[in-house]
Ligand binder design. Structure first.
Ligand code: UDP
Length: 235
């Protein structure tokens, strides 16, 4: 049972529960982009994201990757273990798109020779700037060994997810992960949804992720529904 609201973000809210160390993550119907400047409410998005995220976490756990996931509860709620979250986001890229193209002048769609991991400091006011391991150590955000573990886990997640998506005709272009500590060990937290991934249809190149909302390419829930259906998720 949900108790007190602990945190509310753009796409999710976090509640304490009557079980110590367990939280409920609620997926909202809100869609935001460009630091919240673009905002919409898309009926059914919370349900779709919760189902997709639960599906990925279950597959990752089955592949031996430690995550905060306990179970999906109802349409848009996920029971999770409380972690001490790291203030660092890890982005994995297989193909150049988004900020790396702007930053390095790369053409969208360039296939990278191997998966690239990038670190960003979680700070909305600063616009989540890119950082490296030295920043993390120097400013006490994360130990070098924790960053190493996060990057390693992110690469493992990339392999599992890329294979699963490729099997249903979807290319995993890039995605963002967040991690936390559980008894001193790095564990995957947060969510895995098309809000935080770039997914392209392999045959047509059609975008099947939040870029549809960012770039006004059509209906977001239709596209998320297509991703869920292709993966065999019952909605
Ligand atoms: N991403 C995210 N949250 C963020 C920043 C990025 O989920 O705060 C995801 C984004 O959806 C994409 C990947 O991380 O799948 C890489 O994003 P990028 O650095 O290219 O930034 P963007 O183009 O989204 O500004």
């Amino acid at each position: 049972m949900k108790k007190a609201l602990k945190y509310e973000g753009k796409g999710k809210a976090l509640f304490s529960t009557d079980v110590e160390g367990e939280l409920i993550q609620v997926f909202k119907d809100d869609a935001t982009a460009f630091d919240g400047k673009k905002h919409d409410v898309i009926t059914g998005k919370g349900h779709l994201n919760c189902a997709i995220s639960s599906f990925f976490f279950e597959k990752l756990q089955a592949a031996g990757i430690k995550t905060h996931y306990i179970q999906q509860e109802g349409d848009n709620e996920m029971r999770i273990q409380a972690l001490k979250m790291m203030p660092v986001e890890v982005v994995v890229r297989n193909i150049a798109a988004g900020s790396i193209c702007r930053r390095l002048g790369l053409e969208e769609g360039l296939r990278l020779q191997r998966p690239l991991t990038e670190l960003f400091y979680k700070d909305d006011a600063l616009g989540d700037p890119m950082i490296n391991t030295e920043h993390c150590e120097l400013f006490g955000w994360a130990k070098a060994e924790d960053i190493h573990a996060m990057r390693q886990l992110a690469r493992d997640v990339n392999r599992v997810m890329s294979d699963m998506l490729e099997a249903v005709g979807i290319r995993l272009v890039d995605f963002k992960l967040e991690f936390g500590l559980r008894h001193g060990e790095i564990v995957l937290g947060d969510e895995i949804t098309p809000d935080g991934c770039r997914l392209w249809d392999i045959e047509s190149g059609r975008k099947l992720d939040k870029d549809v909302f960012r770039q006004d390419l059509g209906g977001l829930s239709e596209v998320y529904h297509e991703v869920a259906t292709r993966l065999g998720i019952n909605i």
